[in-house]
Design a protein around this ligand. Structure first.
Ligand code: F6P
Length: 195
């Protein structure tokens, strides 16, 4: 059966600073994850079949995928870029709370529908992911390296979880998730890079 592999990018400099959005490079730990990812993928694939790798257009996902075997085709999708946080891009949550207190509260009250000023909501992301989901449904063995919010939406789709709850889901860094759709539901395996 075919599977879908999902991973967040390795830890970025912005993750370290608690800043959201942006286009930062990987941190030293993030680099370690990028180096370990090929082995993690081989372990979880179990045979020598090549995967197709989809990343976003942001540096941190492209860097995370860069040590994967050259036999894997790689494709960058703008639709896999992180949820656009608009005027809050590059701020910390503390700075958002201070500069946009009403927005901060509104997001907490309805995280799925809250749209950042000049940016996106989770609902917007789910809509822009439609072509990705359609392509995934008719593809073999794809590895997607993307971002926290995007990964939550894709994961919720395949695991048949509620999209409105997905914004609160915990998706750890440095963990490869393998999803295998089956007749009775999607089977999930996780591989922790232990970084
Ligand atoms: O902090 C990493 C990050 O990917 C941000 O770039 C993004 O805005 C955020 O997570 C999404 O998570 P949440 O919706 O919980 O703020």
């Amino acid at each position: 059966p075919r599977s879908i592999w999902l991973s967040r990018h390795g830890e970025s400099e912005f993750n370290l600073d608690g800043k959201i959005g942006g286009d930062a490079d990987l941190s030293a730990r993030g680099q370690m994850y990028a180096r370990k990812l090929p082995d993690l993928v081989l372990e979880s694939v179990g045979d020598s079949r090549p995967l197709t790798v989809w990343t976003s257009t942001l540096k941190r996902t492209i860097s995370t995928a860069r040590f994967l075997p050259p036999t894997y085709n790689q494709l960058q999708w703008k639709a896999l870029d992180e949820l656009d946080s608009g005027v809050c891009d590059c701020l910390t949550y503390a700075e958002i709370k201070e500069q946009f207190p009403e927005d901060f509260q509104a997001r907490d009250d309805d995280k799925y529908n809250y749209r950042y000023r000049g940016g996106e909501s989770y609902r917007d992301v789910v809509i822009r992911l439609e072509p990705i989901i359609m392509e995934l449904e008719r593809s073999e063995n794809i590895l997607i390296v993307t971002h926290q919010a995007v990964l939550r939406c894709i994961y919720a789709y395949f695991m048949q979880k509620s999209q409105t709850e997905s914004p609160w889901m915990n998706v750890p860094l440095h963990t490869l998730i393998k999803l295998t759709p089956r007749a009775y539901g999607t089977q999930e395996e996780r591989y922790d890079a232990k970084i």
